[in-house]
Design a binder for this molecule. Structure first.
Ligand SMILES: *Cc1c(COP(=O)(O)O)cnc(C)c1O
Length: 260
């Protein structure tokens, strides 16, 4: 059965957003049932890129109290504009070192760590702000050159270096699956991330925790949960289809934006 990619309608009222959240939670519950898991073991991270602040205030009223954003500039503008609401901000997109200072100021979580340079820059800025940051290491499980993230074989060495950055609280691994309507293409990406996590867990340095697996988006989070996701990042199924093409967020060649 192909993965359904429906034309998600725009949700522009509190009720519409609340309805979509209920549908997503129902899908989470069904996937957990199939996998024999407790739905409480899956955290839903609403992804709000391209959604304006007026709609995000409706989303807050509908129960979205943490939000994921792909780009730092967009996230920071929203965090500033909605500073009156206690929103927990998660940056889920590739970061350049010159944006580390901004992330250190407003974000509670960063899910796309894939270089020691970024880890070092974040740690230094966080120390100045006297803050800590929950961090996920991004892994490229699809083998596509267009995807950011570490090669799976590089992750073991990488995590051994992370205790050098005490402001980073390492929580787990994150991945984007291959974009395909074919579950037989998508599922192995999720399996790869889980197996990698399971292999690494026994030998982790003190203070480094890899309990969490952030994997699964609007079209494929059911599969991700069946394969062990503890965080699903869901935008379009909550807010409606995006007009901005995904290539804006995931450049077709990583080199187009500078090497990660
Ligand atoms: C946009 C985005 C998502 C959510 O994608 P949807 O199709 O809107 O559910 C998940 N993860 C990352 C890294 C994203 O940039």
């Amino acid at each position: 059965m192909p993965i359904a990619r429906p034309d998600w309608p725009q949700a522009t009222t509190v009720d519409a957003i609340a309805h979509n959240l209920a549908v997503v939670r129902h899908r989470i519950a069904r996937a957990c049932e199939r996998a024999g898991r407790d739905p409480a073991s899956v955290r839903l991270l609403p992804v709000s890129k391209t959604v304006d602040q007026a709609r995000l205030r409706l989303a807050w009223a509908a129960g979205c109290h943490e939000l994921g954003e792909n780009k730092v500039q967009e996230a920071q503008a929203k965090a500033d504009g909605m500073a009156d609401l206690p929103i927990r901000w998660s940056v889920i997109g590739h970061l350049q070192t010159n944006k580390a200072r901004d992330v250190a100021r407003f974000a509670s979580e960063f899910q796309a760590l894939d270089s020691l340079r970024v880890a070092e820059a974040l740690d230094r800025r966080l120390a100045l702000e006297q803050r800590t940051l929950d961090v996920f290491v991004q892994v490229n499980t699809s083998g596509e050159a267009s995807k950011y993230g570490l090669d799976p074989i590089a992750v073991a060495d990488f995590v051994q270096q992370l205790p050098a950055f005490p402001q980073l609280r390492v929580r787990g691994l994150m991945t984007l699956a291959v974009f395909s309507p074919d579950p037989d293409q998508v599922r192995p990406c999720f399996v790869r991330l889980r197996e990698l996590r399971d292999r690494l867990r026994p030998g982790l340095p003190a203070g480094i925790v890899l309990d969490d697996l952030s994997m699964g988006m609007s079209g494929d989070f059911d599969l991700a949960i069946e394969e062990g996701a503890t965080v699903v990042r869901v935008g379009q199924a909550i807010f409606g289809a995006r007009a901005t093409p995904d290539s804006f967020y995931w450049p077709t060649t990583a080199a187009a934006e500078g090497t990660p």
